[in-house]
Design a protein around this ligand. Structure first.
Ligand SMILES: C[S@@+](CC[C@H](N)C(=O)[O-])C[C@H]1O[C@@H](n2cnc3c(N)ncnc32)[C@H](O)[C@@H]1O
Length: 445
């Protein structure tokens, strides 16, 4: 356990009670996600309901993320142990068992602790009548070796829904397995140092002073990877606004806008504000309008900008209708479009179970509508940057190629990666260390 999760002496023991509460909380969250709730909503709700402290929350989040990462394989290992099908109204029992198996196999938590806390959690989950069944299944699982039952089907082995597996393999062929493996990794913590306020060198000295392990990455010149668990409030100079949390791939987006001083910039899908903040750091006197359709998410953009002491005009607005702005009035436009999130599954494994195949078509239509509308607002000679955190070609290269084909006055502005220039760039999860991401920029002639 990291030194940043220190507790007072009296609270330092994980009692049977807190152990059961954490297991109940994890099972409730997994169950809620299976029923369509997002991780963030379910996590906030159940952690509050079960009155968990920060250390318990970290433990719960590890169990939930891990269980979601390996859900299909855990399920395959659980199924032969179930003598009767668990009814839908008792589905939390299945979540309790899957979470317990994840702890036994992947976290190597002592078996007696997992079994006794999971059994006690039945009462908290209001499935007391399942106590002996849960106890018997977990003990049998351990007696029979406590190992996973593997599958020759990669969708099961790497726990991806069939529809998504099919789409990834149609797009990537023999690269598919690597993509699935990398998407099941734990995502690293990347910081972006605001180098207009503190040099990278000086910030690294700060990390050394706090004895924090880090690594640099040749792709981002203000990017530092932190090699140990570190809550936000333990990140040196975070509160002071000298540094922010942003994945490496996300950090590579804003510089592609070629920002210089005094430009008028529109960020069409801005929340929670990571790239808006980056744009503002790249020039002086940038006139940035940041819009988002989601009011609550736009509030988090304001918080991001406040912490970093940056200013932009924020508006709740649907980017499919930008008629309140004059045509050809922006020098730079960022369309960081709503997407499937298939490039960030290692960071948000709930995406695998929340997304549906039919969502992809509607997302593609929204992306197309936003691109068409945003391009009207771009000045001649300006740059529009289209990015997504998806790896699906229909959202990325097919989308932008169709766009350029459909606009006589649009031209690609090539992007350069690994010393190679291309009209657009697809980065796969972990390929450079960062998330899966897509970048393409166009200009108006
Ligand atoms: C990938 S996130 C943007 C991340 C953000 N650019 C950043 O760097 O922090 C996509 C955003 O698009 C917003 N969005 C979805 N549909 C939209 C629409 N029609 N108009 C404007 N924003 C939209 C979502 O609310 C979400 O905040």
């Amino acid at each position: 356990m990291s030194k940043f999760f220190k507790r007072s002496e009296s609270k330092n023991k994980v009692t049977a009670k807190t152990g059961a509460q954490s297991r109940a909380c994890a099972a409730f969250i997994v169950n809620a996600i299976e029923n369509g709730q997002s991780f963030n909503t379910a996590f906030a709700h159940f952690c509050m309901k079960l009155e968990l402290d920060d250390r318990d929350k970290a433990f719960v989040s590890e169990i939930v993320y891990g269980t979601l990462r390996h859900r299909r394989l855990l399920n395959k290992s659980l199924e032969p142990l179930l003598e009767h099908k668990i009814q839908k109204r008792h589905s939390v029992v299945k979540s309790l068992l899957l979470c317990a198996m994840y702890q036994l196999i992947f976290m190597r938590t002592p078996p007696h602790a997992v079994v006794s806390a999971t059994v006690s959690a039945c009462a908290l989950c209001q499935v007391r009548s399942f106590v002996s069944m849960v106890n018997a299944i977990l003990r049998r699982f351990l007696r029979e070796g406590g190992a996973l039952t593997h599958s020759l089907d990669d969708a099961v082995e790497f726990s991806f829904p069939d529809w998504l597996y099919k789409r990834i393999s149609a797009d990537y062929g023999d690269k598919t397995k690597d993509i699935l493996i990398n998407s099941n990794e734990h995502a690293p913590l990347f910081l972006r140092v605001l180098t207009d306020r503190i040099s990278l060198e000086d910030y690294l000295k700060e990390l050394d002073r706090h004895d924090i392990d880090y690594a640099l990455n040749r792709y981002g010149n203000s990017c530092v990877e932190i090699l140990q668990p570190l809550p936000h409030d333990a990140i040196p100079l975070f509160k002071e606004g000298m540094v922010t949390i942003q994945d490496l791939s996300a950090q590579l987006a804003a510089p592609l806008l070629n920002i210089s001083d005094n430009l008028k910039v529109l960020d069409t899908c801005a929340a929670p504000g990571g790239k808006s903040a980056h744009i503002l750091s790249l020039g002086k006197n940038i006139n940035l309008t940041a819009i988002d359709i989601d009011e609550s998410r736009l509030k988090s953009t304001q918080q991001t900008l406040d912490r970093l002491k940056l200013k932009a005009e924020l508006k709740v607005m649907d980017a499919k209708d930008l008629s309140s702005f004059e045509d050809e009035s922006f020098d730079r436009i960022l369309v960081d479009a709503p997407c499937s999130g298939t490039g960030v599954i290692r960071r948000h494994p709930d995406i695998k179970w929340l997304r549906r195949d039919k969502d992809i078509e509607s997302l593609c239509q929204i992306q197309k509508d936003i691109l068409n509308e945003a391009f009207k607002k771009l000045k001649t000679g300006g740059i529009l940057l289209y990015t997504t955190c998806s790896i699906l070609k229909c959202e990325n290269e097919e989308q932008i190629k169709d766009f350029v084909k459909g606009h006589d006055n649009a031209r690609f502005v090539p992007v350069s990666f690994d010393d190679t220039e291309c009209d657009y760039k697809q980065v796969l999860p972990s390929a450079h260390g960062g998330d899966g991401f897509f970048y393409a920029r166009v200009t108006k002639i």
